[in-house]
Design a protein. Structure first.
Length: 254
Protein backbone atom coordinates (compact mmCIF):
# COMPACT_ATOMS: atom_id res chain seq x y z
CA UNK A 1 0.00 0.00 0.00
CA UNK A 2 1.30 3.42 -0.99
CA UNK A 3 0.82 6.02 1.66
CA UNK A 4 0.12 9.51 0.52
CA UNK A 5 2.51 12.22 1.65
CA UNK A 6 0.73 14.38 4.17
CA UNK A 7 -0.01 17.88 2.94
CA UNK A 8 1.77 20.78 4.67
CA UNK A 9 -0.68 22.56 6.85
CA UNK A 10 -1.03 26.34 7.09
CA UNK A 11 0.56 26.06 10.49
CA UNK A 12 3.70 24.52 8.97
CA UNK A 13 3.83 27.24 6.29
CA UNK A 14 3.71 29.94 8.91
CA UNK A 15 6.43 28.21 10.92
CA UNK A 16 8.69 28.22 7.84
CA UNK A 17 8.06 31.91 7.16
CA UNK A 18 8.79 32.77 10.77
CA UNK A 19 12.08 30.85 10.57
CA UNK A 20 13.16 32.88 7.50
CA UNK A 21 12.29 36.15 9.22
CA UNK A 22 14.30 35.11 12.28
CA UNK A 23 17.36 34.34 10.13
CA UNK A 24 17.09 37.74 8.40
CA UNK A 25 16.66 39.50 11.73
CA UNK A 26 19.69 37.76 13.19
CA UNK A 27 21.80 38.75 10.18
CA UNK A 28 20.63 42.35 10.52
CA UNK A 29 21.39 42.43 14.23
CA UNK A 30 24.84 40.96 13.57
CA UNK A 31 25.55 43.61 10.92
CA UNK A 32 24.48 46.40 13.26
CA UNK A 33 26.61 44.97 16.05
CA UNK A 34 29.65 44.79 13.77
CA UNK A 35 29.02 48.37 12.67
CA UNK A 36 29.14 49.66 16.24
CA UNK A 37 32.18 47.53 17.03
CA UNK A 38 34.20 48.78 14.07
CA UNK A 39 32.71 52.24 13.57
CA UNK A 40 35.71 53.91 15.18
CA UNK A 41 37.91 52.28 12.56
CA UNK A 42 35.50 53.04 9.71
CA UNK A 43 35.25 56.71 10.60
CA UNK A 44 38.73 57.13 12.00
CA UNK A 45 40.07 60.64 11.33
CA UNK A 46 42.72 61.03 8.67
CA UNK A 47 46.23 60.72 10.01
CA UNK A 48 48.00 64.07 10.43
CA UNK A 49 50.40 65.04 7.69
CA UNK A 50 54.03 64.04 8.15
CA UNK A 51 55.98 67.15 9.21
CA UNK A 52 58.09 67.10 6.06
CA UNK A 53 54.98 67.16 3.87
CA UNK A 54 53.15 70.07 5.46
CA UNK A 55 54.55 72.51 2.90
CA UNK A 56 52.79 70.69 0.04
CA UNK A 57 49.53 72.74 0.18
CA UNK A 58 51.55 75.96 0.08
CA UNK A 59 53.55 74.68 -2.88
CA UNK A 60 50.34 73.76 -4.73
CA UNK A 61 48.85 77.21 -4.12
CA UNK A 62 51.99 78.94 -5.40
CA UNK A 63 52.10 76.62 -8.40
CA UNK A 64 48.45 77.37 -9.21
CA UNK A 65 49.15 81.11 -9.12
CA UNK A 66 52.16 80.70 -11.43
CA UNK A 67 50.39 78.42 -13.90
CA UNK A 68 47.30 80.63 -14.12
CA UNK A 69 49.57 83.48 -15.22
CA UNK A 70 51.34 81.24 -17.75
CA UNK A 71 48.12 79.76 -19.16
CA UNK A 72 46.40 83.15 -19.43
CA UNK A 73 49.40 84.67 -21.22
CA UNK A 74 49.53 81.70 -23.58
CA UNK A 75 45.88 81.94 -24.69
CA UNK A 76 46.44 85.64 -25.30
CA UNK A 77 49.43 85.09 -27.55
CA UNK A 78 47.76 82.23 -29.44
CA UNK A 79 44.35 83.73 -30.12
CA UNK A 80 42.43 81.97 -27.36
CA UNK A 81 44.10 78.55 -27.40
CA UNK A 82 46.69 76.70 -25.36
CA UNK A 83 46.82 74.04 -28.08
CA UNK A 84 46.17 75.88 -31.37
CA UNK A 85 44.22 74.37 -34.28
CA UNK A 86 46.00 72.87 -37.27
CA UNK A 87 45.70 75.95 -39.49
CA UNK A 88 47.27 78.34 -36.95
CA UNK A 89 50.21 80.49 -38.02
CA UNK A 90 53.55 79.33 -36.64
CA UNK A 91 55.98 82.00 -35.41
CA UNK A 92 59.36 81.84 -33.67
CA UNK A 93 57.71 82.25 -30.26
CA UNK A 94 54.25 80.70 -30.49
CA UNK A 95 51.31 80.03 -32.77
CA UNK A 96 48.66 82.55 -33.76
CA UNK A 97 45.16 81.21 -34.37
CA UNK A 98 42.69 82.73 -36.80
CA UNK A 99 39.87 84.82 -35.41
CA UNK A 100 38.51 85.53 -38.89
CA UNK A 101 38.91 83.13 -41.78
CA UNK A 102 37.55 83.81 -45.28
CA UNK A 103 34.49 85.67 -44.10
CA UNK A 104 33.74 83.61 -40.99
CA UNK A 105 34.26 84.38 -37.31
CA UNK A 106 36.50 81.60 -36.00
CA UNK A 107 37.50 83.17 -32.68
CA UNK A 108 36.77 80.62 -29.90
CA UNK A 109 33.93 81.38 -27.53
CA UNK A 110 34.84 82.86 -24.16
CA UNK A 111 33.68 79.64 -22.48
CA UNK A 112 36.02 77.67 -24.75
CA UNK A 113 38.96 79.87 -23.71
CA UNK A 114 38.09 79.24 -20.07
CA UNK A 115 38.24 75.49 -20.76
CA UNK A 116 41.57 75.93 -22.53
CA UNK A 117 43.05 77.57 -19.42
CA UNK A 118 41.52 74.92 -17.16
CA UNK A 119 42.99 72.18 -19.35
CA UNK A 120 46.39 73.85 -19.13
CA UNK A 121 46.15 74.05 -15.33
CA UNK A 122 45.09 70.43 -14.92
CA UNK A 123 48.10 69.24 -16.87
CA UNK A 124 50.65 71.69 -15.46
CA UNK A 125 49.68 71.07 -11.83
CA UNK A 126 50.85 67.46 -12.08
CA UNK A 127 54.43 68.76 -12.24
CA UNK A 128 54.18 71.06 -9.21
CA UNK A 129 55.58 68.66 -6.64
CA UNK A 130 59.13 67.35 -6.77
CA UNK A 131 58.65 63.85 -5.36
CA UNK A 132 62.40 63.56 -4.67
CA UNK A 133 62.02 66.18 -1.93
CA UNK A 134 60.01 63.75 0.18
CA UNK A 135 62.05 60.55 0.64
CA UNK A 136 60.27 57.85 2.60
CA UNK A 137 56.83 59.14 1.64
CA UNK A 138 54.77 57.55 -1.11
CA UNK A 139 52.85 60.33 -2.88
CA UNK A 140 49.85 59.56 -5.07
CA UNK A 141 48.58 62.47 -7.15
CA UNK A 142 44.91 62.28 -8.03
CA UNK A 143 43.61 63.94 -11.18
CA UNK A 144 43.34 67.70 -10.59
CA UNK A 145 40.11 69.42 -11.59
CA UNK A 146 40.29 73.11 -12.46
CA UNK A 147 37.60 75.67 -13.17
CA UNK A 148 38.37 79.02 -14.80
CA UNK A 149 36.26 82.15 -15.10
CA UNK A 150 37.12 85.15 -17.29
CA UNK A 151 35.79 88.20 -15.45
CA UNK A 152 35.78 91.86 -16.60
CA UNK A 153 39.03 92.74 -14.77
CA UNK A 154 40.65 89.41 -14.08
CA UNK A 155 40.87 85.68 -14.72
CA UNK A 156 39.91 83.54 -11.73
CA UNK A 157 40.70 79.87 -11.18
CA UNK A 158 39.73 77.29 -8.59
CA UNK A 159 41.32 73.89 -8.19
CA UNK A 160 40.55 70.58 -6.53
CA UNK A 161 43.71 68.48 -6.31
CA UNK A 162 43.57 65.53 -3.86
CA UNK A 163 46.91 64.00 -2.85
CA UNK A 164 47.36 60.78 -0.86
CA UNK A 165 50.47 60.43 1.30
CA UNK A 166 51.60 57.08 2.71
CA UNK A 167 54.38 56.65 5.24
CA UNK A 168 55.06 53.53 7.29
CA UNK A 169 51.62 52.01 6.61
CA UNK A 170 49.91 55.23 7.68
CA UNK A 171 48.01 57.27 5.09
CA UNK A 172 46.83 60.85 5.04
CA UNK A 173 44.99 62.90 2.44
CA UNK A 174 45.49 66.50 1.35
CA UNK A 175 42.16 67.54 -0.15
CA UNK A 176 42.12 71.30 0.11
CA UNK A 177 40.40 73.70 -2.27
CA UNK A 178 42.70 76.22 -3.94
CA UNK A 179 41.87 79.44 -5.75
CA UNK A 180 43.64 82.43 -7.25
CA UNK A 181 43.08 85.47 -9.47
CA UNK A 182 45.17 87.14 -12.16
CA UNK A 183 44.46 90.81 -12.86
CA UNK A 184 44.42 91.20 -16.64
CA UNK A 185 42.08 92.59 -19.28
CA UNK A 186 41.48 89.39 -21.25
CA UNK A 187 37.71 89.91 -20.96
CA UNK A 188 37.87 93.37 -22.54
CA UNK A 189 40.45 92.42 -25.18
CA UNK A 190 38.28 89.50 -26.21
CA UNK A 191 35.28 91.80 -26.70
CA UNK A 192 37.41 94.21 -28.74
CA UNK A 193 38.59 91.32 -30.92
CA UNK A 194 35.00 90.29 -31.53
CA UNK A 195 34.15 93.85 -32.55
CA UNK A 196 37.07 94.01 -34.97
CA UNK A 197 36.01 90.73 -36.55
CA UNK A 198 32.38 91.84 -36.76
CA UNK A 199 33.38 95.02 -38.61
CA UNK A 200 35.56 92.98 -40.96
CA UNK A 201 32.69 90.62 -41.76
CA UNK A 202 30.50 93.62 -42.60
CA UNK A 203 33.16 95.17 -44.82
CA UNK A 204 36.04 92.81 -45.73
CA UNK A 205 37.74 95.48 -47.84
CA UNK A 206 38.06 98.02 -45.03
CA UNK A 207 40.00 98.18 -41.78
CA UNK A 208 38.23 100.46 -39.29
CA UNK A 209 41.24 102.63 -38.39
CA UNK A 210 39.05 105.22 -36.67
CA UNK A 211 37.64 102.56 -34.34
CA UNK A 212 41.09 101.22 -33.51
CA UNK A 213 42.64 104.63 -32.82
CA UNK A 214 39.83 105.54 -30.40
CA UNK A 215 40.59 102.55 -28.20
CA UNK A 216 42.56 103.13 -25.00
CA UNK A 217 44.98 100.38 -25.96
CA UNK A 218 47.81 99.83 -28.37
CA UNK A 219 46.51 97.96 -31.44
CA UNK A 220 49.01 96.95 -34.11
CA UNK A 221 48.21 95.51 -37.54
CA UNK A 222 50.92 93.47 -39.23
CA UNK A 223 50.61 91.92 -42.69
CA UNK A 224 51.44 88.24 -43.03
CA UNK A 225 51.69 85.92 -46.02
CA UNK A 226 48.98 86.26 -48.65
CA UNK A 227 45.84 88.05 -47.55
CA UNK A 228 46.47 87.54 -43.85
CA UNK A 229 46.93 90.21 -41.20
CA UNK A 230 47.69 89.84 -37.50
CA UNK A 231 46.02 92.01 -34.87
CA UNK A 232 47.82 92.56 -31.56
CA UNK A 233 46.08 94.32 -28.67
CA UNK A 234 48.25 95.39 -25.72
CA UNK A 235 47.83 97.48 -22.62
CA UNK A 236 50.54 99.08 -20.52
CA UNK A 237 50.64 98.38 -16.80
CA UNK A 238 49.21 101.49 -15.19
CA UNK A 239 49.09 100.46 -11.52
CA UNK A 240 50.16 97.76 -9.10
CA UNK A 241 46.87 95.83 -9.35
CA UNK A 242 46.85 95.49 -13.14
CA UNK A 243 49.26 93.55 -15.30
CA UNK A 244 50.34 94.19 -18.87
CA UNK A 245 48.60 91.85 -21.28
CA UNK A 246 48.56 91.00 -24.97
CA UNK A 247 45.89 89.33 -27.09
CA UNK A 248 46.48 88.62 -30.74
CA UNK A 249 44.75 86.80 -33.55
CA UNK A 250 45.04 86.41 -37.31
CA UNK A 251 42.53 87.39 -39.99
CA UNK A 252 42.59 85.76 -43.41
CA UNK A 253 40.80 87.93 -45.94
CA UNK A 254 39.12 86.75 -49.12
Amino acid sequence: MIKQKPKMTNKANKRGQITIFIIIALALVSAISLFFIFRERIFAPTEPLPPEAREIPKAIQECLEFNLVEGTILVGLQGGYTIPPDNAIETNFSYISYGYYLGKNTLPLKEAIEKEISFYLENAMLFCINLDQFPGIEIELKNPKANTKISPNSVKASLNFPIVLTKENSSSIIDEKYSTEYKVRLYEFYNISQEIISKEIQNPELIEISYLTNLNYDVSILPYEGNTIVYTITNIKINETENEYTFRFANKLR
